[in-house]
Design a protein around this ligand. Sequence first.
Ligand SMILES: Cc1cc2nc3c(=O)[nH]c(=O)nc-3n(C[C@H](O)[C@H](O)[C@H](O)COP(=O)(O)O)c2cc1C
Length: 275
Amino acid sequence: MPFRIRKGKAGAAPERHDSGTGDEDSVAQDIRCRRRGFRCRRTGRAGSATGRAEAGMTRVVLISGSLRRGSVNSAALRAVRRIVESAPGAPEAVSLPIGRLPFYDGDVERAGASPAVRAARVLVADADALVVSTPSYNGAVPGVLKNALDWLSRPDGASPLTGRVVAVLSASPSGRGAIDAQPALMDLLDACEAVVVEHPPVAIRRADRRLDEAGEMSDPEVLAALRGLVDATFEAVAILADQRCSASARRGRPAPAQLRRAVSGAETRTSEVAL
Ligand SMILES: Cc1cc2nc3c(=O)[nH]c(=O)nc-3n(C[C@H](O)[C@H](O)[C@H](O)COP(=O)(O)O)c2cc1C
């Protein structure tokens, strides 16, 4: 499968290729093919481990859209953390506790934001990539996650999300795995000029049944899907690092501007995925 990085605004209807198992309890692995203005092709790297080494990954920030102690999204991200930290080079995986952020308030921002907001911005600015896991609240992302991304989208023109690689997943006890929240989350990340990793959707359905006695995601199918997402994320970081280097060397311009131009363009959007 060609590797693509998702970027840009909503557009026309997508092509769709579903490769689900048909098993009601299986992890969603539907493959969405979208036309993108920017396409990252595999560049002859010999597998994901090589991609990771070239990427020089040091830090991944994990954001759960749920504050619940027993959250299945947070459990999924704990599994992501274990996968990331066992990768070559042992990158660090750090959780960003978004429940500590105040409601966005322009007056608070003008006054210098809060320590929690400043710390969140620094954490994201220092990260190679983010992994965001969301529940679906009435078909959209929870307000607390929207609030966090709104803070991180600031200040205008210097957001730590701009050009940041972000992978998205969702989890829910329901039969749809909260996949209906993913388009809204991707729209939001596009608006923040993040670089969303294109990957077969990972939507963990019946997620509560996939936890072990310790409350951890131990289901092999889920772990395989999360490994795939992490590999795609690392590869995206490696490819973008290559692009930034070559764009800088070629034109002598600041790499982030090159990158943003490279990833802009006509986009498609998946609004519905059959599980
Ligand atoms: C306000 C609210 C709205 C919800 N809306 C949906 C929904 O539209 N679809 C769905 O599958 N689940 C919905 N749920 C159920 C959540 O997906 C479920 O609570 C899930 O476990 C939350 O994720 P967590 O375990 O990570 O906290 C809703 C829950 C709340 C509190």
